[in-house]
Design a protein around this ligand. Structure first.
Ligand code: MOS
Length: 705
């Protein structure tokens, strides 16, 4: 192969390096106004009055009465209003919108909102309102526990996490042709498109969504863009002029989604020889004030909750519940980092109780081809759990360091994990996403709604197409995701952009090549006019999934990984310093090795932040540290040295054998790091492992000794 598997120059590289790439805040339109959102400052209550304490001349003011269509942000359920009517359910909820040509005047406008406050609910354990409940059952749990030599129980917790994309959320709405066009930072053009048609009561062809160059997403631009695009559109339609809304960092952190905090309980029956015979898992996610994507996050979390292990008797029960806090949403990993944190720390605790090596325990129980998962999915040859485990243990010197560091302030720990690629079960079939490929004067043009969010979509898709067409990579262009031009290829989420969308593009290119009859695409275009090929998703053979019973093939395939973390505990500050990570991933085959490695390194760093640094402090139901001075993410100083290994086990239904690698790296660092801290002798079961928590664990050890 001449293009796939080569680290070719990025399609978006030159413009970004030269500073020519246009982010939403770089763009202006003639007569453009700036927009601002007035938000609730209480977590729960009713609005009793709104006073505008400023000269309103020249202002455009929008409230819920200005919504021409349906006052909701379309998602799994339509419970979330675009603008509050009376009832406030979380701090930061949008109530009123203002626009003005002069940004200073806009920011100076004072709005007084009076409330009748009600008692808020912050503790998910006290919540009786479920956004979603999920039950996965396999075998006979009672029989399993009856047979077990030992039962190990534990509770594990993870906190909120903020995405900290470099570019905050932003949109510009432009009234056009009796409808509206929005330009903004987003992952899913067609999600925004559907949300706007419902909100504005407009037909599909009156709403157009165009992606501007985005500075990162990580799941954080999966659902919130439907909200901010709606706000910009409402202002623009009322003003009859373009309106730009760009959040500053504090507003973005205060008002937008975070990772769901979790409390996961495990009760596990094991035999003396290490075989796991019963697993009972209880998953609780704090969903926040509205449903948004919680049902889907819970589903992915629960499906991954038993870890990459075989066990005949399993019961996983999950709930995502209401609280008076910001709705939590999509974040790289989508529930799996939370549940795999729990199961992987629990596995180390089982090993401790059995007096067994943690690697040996995993070797005994790891899924192999022919085994079934908790949902009853039979693993095939694309199951690589043992392969990644063995390689990570060998490369890192895990066993030697484990012995040598006993009784010191250095620790080594590991996590074995996996991640389902693409939408769950029948999700891809229901989505029925489409991709197109066209000939142009220049060569081939890719038409997909998949967005470049820094992860390399354009480059990777162009590689797949160039390789399949047998033409130079430079001759393949990628259209801007614009709903007026590209078909609905589905959202840019769920580790599906390469495996699912890339596969469709490969099919388009294959058919195009046959129809070109030996001509170059540009030659064919000049001789015969444009050629457009569109392909719709087709599931790989033998995938059966039942959404109601959660039985069957949860995902078409999985990617597999093992992380080994080496940490040092500062005896004075109780900081956990991650010194080195050995990161072994199997995701079929990398299309672009340098970018794939970038995904792994970036995801691992984000996992290190989740593990030891990133602490969202909630006060009265809102993020109290909504700034980067005290919500800290890893800089180069906190990012460990990484030994990244990409093992190959080509997947026959992915393009050139590729699976997904976007989310996988996020799942492993937190449990590996906490297991390394456990190696030092501290009974830690929670992230973020900030110094205060580590100190508590150290004090508990002191008093136990
Ligand atoms: Mo996502 S967390 O962008 O699937």
């Amino acid at each position: 192969m001449s293009v796939v598997g080569q680290s070719v120059p990025r399609k978006d590289g030159p413009a970004k390096v030269a500073g020519a790439a246009k982010y939403v805040d770089d763009i202006t339109f003639p007569g453009m106004l700036h927009g601002r959102t007035i938000r609730a400052t209480i977590p729960c209550g009713r609005i009793s009055g709104i006073r505008l304490d400023f000269d309103t001349t020249g202002f455009t003011i929008v409230d819920h009465r200005d919504i021409p269509g349906h006052n909701s942000v379309v998602s799994v359920r339509d419970d979330q209003p675009c603008l509050v009517e009376r009832e406030v359910r979380h701090s930061g909820e949008a109530i009123l919108l203002l626009a003005h040509p002069d940004r200073e005047k806009l920011l100076g406008a004072k709005v007084q909102i009076d409330y009748e406050p009600a008692t808020p609910l912050f503790d998910p354990q006290l919540s009786t309102t479920d956004h979603k409940r999920i039950l996965i059952e396999k075998g006979d749990l009672t029989k399993g526990f009856a047979k077990a030599d030992l039962v190990v129980e534990g509770e594990y917790r993870t906190g909120h996490q903020e995405h900290v994309y470099i570019e905050t959320n932003g949109f510009i709405a432009v009234p056009e042709g009796g409808g509206v066009t929005v330009h903004g930072s987003l992952q899913c053009p067609y999600y925004v498109h559907e949300a706007l048609t419902r909100l504005l009561g407009m037909p599909n062809d009156k709403v157009r969504v165009v992606q501007t160059e985005p500075g990162g997403g990580f799941g954080g631009k999966e659902e919130y863009p439907s909200m901010i695009a709606g706000h910009a559109a409402l202002l623009a339609l009322k003003a009859g002029r373009p309106v730009k809304i760009v959040y500053d960092r504090a507003e973005d952190m205060w008002a937008t989604t975070k990772r769901h905090p979790s409390i996961v309980r495990h009760r596990t029956g094991v035999m003396k020889d290490g075989r796991i015979v019963a697993m009972e898992v209880d998953v609780l996610l704090d969903g926040g004030a509205y449903v948004t994507l919680s049902p889907v996050v819970l589903s992915r979390g629960c499906i991954h909750a038993a870890g990459p292990y075989r066990c005949p008797n399993v019961r996983i029960e999950g709930r995502a519940v209401f609280t008076n806090t910001n709705p939590n949403g999509a974040f790289r990993g989508f529930g799996a980092p939370q549940t795999q944190f729990a199961v992987e720390v629990h596995m180390d605790r089982i090993a401790e109780r059995l007096g067994m090596d943690a690697v040996r325990l995993r070797e005994i129980n790891a899924l192999r081809p022919g085994d079934t998962s908790a949902t009853g999915q039979t693993m095939r040859n694309d199951c690589s759990a043992l392969m990644v485990l063995k390689e990570a243990v060998k490369r890192s010197g895990y066993r030697r360091k484990r012995r040598a560091w006993q009784g010191t302030n250095r620790g080594i720990g590991l996590a074995l994990f996996y991640h389902g690629c693409g939408f769950t079960g029948s999700g891809e079939t229901r989505l029925a996403s489409k991709c197109s490929l066209a000939t142009t004067e220049h060569g081939g043009l890719i038409l997909v709604a998949s967005t470049e969010i820094g992860q390399g979509t354009r480059t990777m898709h162009a590689q797949i197409v160039a390789e399949t067409l047998g033409i130079a990579y430079e001759l393949v262009d990628v259209a801007v995701p614009d709903t007026a031009i590209v078909p609905d290829s589905g959202p840019t989420v769920a580790s599906r952009t390469c495996m699912v969308v890339g596969r469709r593009l490969e099919r388009c290119a294959k058919e195009m090549r046959e129809q070109l009859g030996g001509l170059q695409p540009a030659e064919h275009f000049r001789k015969h006019g444009p050629m457009l090929i569109t392909k719709q998703y087709e599931p790989p053979p033998g995938i059966v999934w039942d959404d109601t019973t959660c039985r069957g093939d949860a995902y078409a395939t999985y990617s597999w990984a093992c992380d080994v973390a080496e940490v040092e505990l500062d005896p004075v500050t109780y900081e956990v310093k991650t010194k080195r990570m050995t990161v072994v991933h199997e995701f079929g085959r990398p299309i672009h090795p340098v970018m794939a490695r970038g995904q792994i390194e970036g995801g691992t760093a984000q996992g290190v932040g989740f593990a030891v640094l990133e602490h969202v402090v909630m006060k009265d139901g809102a993020m109290a540290n909504a700034q980067l001075t005290n919500y800290t993410i890893p800089t180069t100083l906190a990012t460990p040295r990484m030994d990244v290994v990409m093992l190959e086990n080509p997947y026959p239904h992915g393009p050139f054998g590729a699976k997904g690698v976007g989310e996988l790296p996020m799942d492993g660092p937190a449990p590996a790091i906490v297991n390394a801290v456990r190696h030092i002798g501290l009974d830690l079961r929670e992230v973020p492992a900030i110094p205060e928590k580590v100190m508590e664990a150290a004090a508990a050890r002191g008093s136990a000794a």
